[in-house]
Design a protein around this ligand. Structure first.
Ligand code: SF4
Length: 446
């Protein structure tokens, strides 16, 4: 059945009615709702996810515990997650995106990442945001326009990066009010989350923080500054007390990889109330970024094994962006699943890859998606059949060199523009070293 018609049918069936039905007794009613979802969804849609959900319900495993934790959240925030994230962004949105993709012949993303500001209240070691300077901002009108253009293409998920997005917290709340049908997530250092902001989150319902944490107190504060770990702990306690959804964002390096993939760290963030954790591989982006922090093949393999093991045991939704590409068919950037707009308006392929031919102040979102380097990405994805080598910068640096050179895309790092060769010279030895391990793990079929 045609996607759009199915979605209309589901909308007609009134998602709110179904959700209200579960509220009273989640344990009894979740299996009944699953049966209903199966009735309305064509057999070939989200097969893996639906099987996993059915199995979780049957076994009452860690995933089931996670679903029940969602039922401990504030009811308004929970309804926004179901309505905006699951229905608008993932069902209705993906049907519109598919149509637009066919019509326009380019990638159409599921999510748009954008930097409301380059300003930050901290000065973390090695953060590329610090190098962008502190004067750049997307205005409220700029962001509203991006969201309006995005919704016309089926995009209902907006993710703030930076800089520290919470420096613009009033505007972020205003945007939640202006677009109640979208879900907003913010990568934040967490230090500006206070009682007032929690009340605002409860009021608007559609804002979720992903708080940065680089390990336990010593490891975190050596990078982010003294006292930051305790401030993050206080922010997590506030969010938990208000029954608000949040997650953790963390970056693994050769120094902290063991800490942040330890059982103690998983248990700490789960006990603190986190529902999800996003793990990012360190990227040596920027003229001053050092290659020494790149994990060795043994260290990356340990990360791969630990996260996969805990995924089977802990009530936490985890995403290991460099090792989980098999679940999303490879690199998700270049508009395939997402794109990034920096605080100056440059439309970039990925948060880590700062080259562009398009600025949102000079062209539409759709024009940016059709700009030369975006089309080069579109035509070249996936960059490798081995999904443990997904990235055109990290594991296939010859791809990024070629695309930047052939499209004339320029560096969008205004403080210290980095040439594609300088960047890729740092990742070329890494790619060669990682390949044998990647092949071994990929061929083992785990
Ligand atoms: S370009 Fe690299 S880092 Fe960015 S999404 Fe693709 S694989 Fe990940």
């Amino acid at each position: 059945m045609e996607r759009k018609r199915v979605v209309e049918k589901m909308q007609g069936f009134a998602i709110n009615q179904a959700l209200n039905y579960i509220e009273g007794n989640p344990e009894e009613n979740i299996p009944k709702l699953m049966a209903l979802v199966d009735r309305f969804t064509p057999d070939d849609w989200y097969v893996g996810q639906r099987n996993a959900m059915r199995s979780a319900i049957r076994k009452k495993n860690n995933w089931y515990q996670l679903i029940l934790k969602i039922y401990e959240l504030d009811a308004g925030a929970r309804e926004a997650i179901f309505q905006n994230l699951l229905f608008n962004a993932s069902l209705k949105g993906s049907a519109i995106q598919k149509e637009a993709e066919q019509r326009e012949g380019c990638n159409i993303p599921w999510a748009i990442l954008l930097d409301p500001t380059s300003a930050c209240n901290l000065r973390c070691t090695g953060c590329w945001a610090a190098e962008y300077g502190h004067q750049l901002n997307l205005s409220l009108e700029d962001i509203d326009s991006i969201i309006r253009q995005g919704k016309a293409l089926g995009v209902y998920m907006y993710i703030y990066t930076g800089g520290e997005p919470m420096v613009r917290r009033r505007d972020l709340i205003r945007l939640c009010e202006m677009h109640p049908d979208c879900e907003f997530l913010a990568f934040t250092n967490g230090t500006l989350i206070d009682e007032d902001f929690c009340r605002e989150m409860l009021r608007v319902r559609n804002f979720i923080p992903a708080i940065s944490l680089e390990g336990f107190e010593e490891a975190n504060d050596s990078r982010r500054g003294a006292g930051i770990f305790q401030k993050v702990a206080a922010a997590m306690a506030l969010l938990k007390a208000h029954k608000l959804p949040f997650g953790i964002s963390t970056c693994y390096t050769s120094r902290n990889y063991a800490d942040i993939t330890s059982e103690e760290f998983f248990d700490y963030i789960i006990d603190s109330g986190a529902l999800f954790a996003w793990f990012f591989h360190y990227m040596p982006v920027g003229n001053d970024a050092v290659a020494e922090l790149l994990p060795t093949p043994e260290q990356r393999e340990a990360v791969y094994c630990n996260i996969r093991a805990f995924r089977q045991m802990k009530p936490l939704f985890t995403m290991d962006f460099q090792n989980d590409a098999q679940y999303v068919g490879g690199c998700i950037a270049g508009g395939r699943n997402y794109l990034h707009i920096n605080a100056k308006g440059d439309v970039e392929l990925c948060v880590f890859i700062h080259y562009s031919n398009a600025n949102i102040h000079d062209c539409s979102l759709l024009d940016a998606l059709k700009s030369p380097i975006f089309m080069a990405y579109h035509d070249a994805q996936p960059f490798n059949e081995n999904m443990l080598r997904p990235c055109p910068m990290l594991e296939n640096p010859e791809c990024l060199r070629k695309m930047v050179r052939s499209t004339g895309a320029v560096s969008t790092d205004y403080q210290s523009p980095e040439s594609v060769d300088h960047l890729c010279d740092k990742t070329t030895p890494y790619a060669a070293n990682w390949t044998p391990t990647a092949e071994k793990l990929w061929n083992s079929g785990d």
